[in-house]
Design a protein around this ligand. Structure first.
Ligand code: PLP
Length: 337
């Protein structure tokens, strides 16, 4: 099976496994795991931040950021497609007791103007707007990236209004590689960033939250409360270190391959429309002889796995374990349909 369902399906490479096995470990709740300490330091430095916090999942790093930035009763502003709203089980309400102001952006991206209109006035009826959360790249937006100048405009606005600014950077390296950005610049814009090590980078587990020393100290306390304090998890952190060293630059290959697949799909009669490919995600609108579900079923019969995101949209995600040969086979399959 050639698996495009998600960039989370990758398996550790032999090199990664060997590196994991040789990792020095200790009890991280005592702050004594050298591999976790080093992953946290490396991640923070990459983004021009003071400190990092290793967690099992991107959901946990996002939820910890929200918990740390807010108090119960506050309101968060984000795009309606955001992972923090769509795919974290209502955690904003459950973990932090906050409400959400959803904005209608462009493929998951919102602008300073949108946000300004969403900030509540000083009024006893209204929840207090406390946090703005952005997502780069946008998952539901089909891997769309922000232009950095939009971040700068948003930062100016959140500073003016005293709001915290969080980035869900589960696929931030896809954006950085695509836009040829300097990762340290992100630290000048955001108060906190969550990054994923298991999205296309090949690590089996892991996400890091980065921010100021004070912010991460508070988040570390909440991580314990959330049940995320781990012990000799340095074996997992080592996979993350290896991924950051070896699997970031190659994301450009995924982006190229995604473009090639989209150029094949666009020619098919049953593809009505395609979101323009920016990074590693291809989203096609299916019509004619197939529904999204029947197209996915036809692909599966021929050894290709994709996901029906909606009744009409199918998503393919490129990652470390999709080779050029896999892509060639996939194109052959699609051309028989
Ligand atoms: C995958 C993902 C996350 C984190 O999800 P986990 O499965 O909890 O690691 C967060 N944000 C976005 C945009 C994602 O795609």
């Amino acid at each position: 099976m050639i698996d495009y369902r998600s960039d989370t399906v990758t398996k550790p490479t032999p090199g990664m496994l060997a590196f994991m096995q040789s990792a020095p470990v200790g009890d991280d709740v005592f702050g004594e795991d050298p591999s976790i300490n080093s992953l946290e330091r490396i991640s923070a430095a990459k983004f021009g931040m003071e400190a990092g916090l290793f967690c099992p999942s991107g959901t946990m790093t996002n939820q910890l950021a929200i918990k740390t930035h807010t108090q119960a009763g506050d309101e968060i502003i984000c795009d309606e497609l955001s992972h923090i709203y769509q795919y974290e089980g209502g955690g904003i309400a459950f973990n932090s007791g906050c409400s959400v102001k959803l904005l209608h952006g462009d493929r998951g991206r919102i602008t300073a103007e949108h946000i300004l209109a969403g900030i509540n006035p000083e009024d006893v009826h209204k929840p207090i707007t406390r946090l703005v959360s952005l997502e780069n790249t946008s998952n539901r937006g089909g891997g769309a990236c922000y232009n950095f100048s939009h971040f700068e405009a948003i930062k100016q606005l959140t500073d003016t209004h005293g709001l915290a600014l969080h980035l869900d950077g589960a696929r931030i390296f896809n954006a950085i590689v695509h836009k040829k950005e300097a990762s340290v610049e992100y630290g000048k814009i955001f108060d906190s960033i969550s990054i994923c090590l298991s999205k296309g980078l090949g690590a089996p587990v892991g996400s890091v939250l980065v921010g100021s020393n004070d912010f991460i100290k508070k988040a570390r306390r909440w991580r314990k409360v959330f049940g995320g304090g781990m012990r000799q998890a340095g074996y997992l952190a080592a996979a993350g270190i290896y991924a950051l060293e070896h699997h970031v630059e190659r994301l450009a290959v995924d982006h190229e391959n995604a473009k090639i697949l989209s150029s094949v799909l666009v020619k098919k009669g049953f593809v009505n429309d395609l979101l323009e490919v920016e990074t590693n995600i291809v989203i096609a609108s299916i019509g004619g002889k197939y529904s999204a579900a029947s197209f996915v079923a036809a692909l599966k019969e021929k050894g290709v796995l994709a996901i029906a995101m909606t009744p009409t949209q199918v998503r393919f995600v490129f990652h470390l374990d999709i080779t050029e040969t896999d892509l060639a086979k996939t194109i052959d399959v699609i051309n028989t349909l």
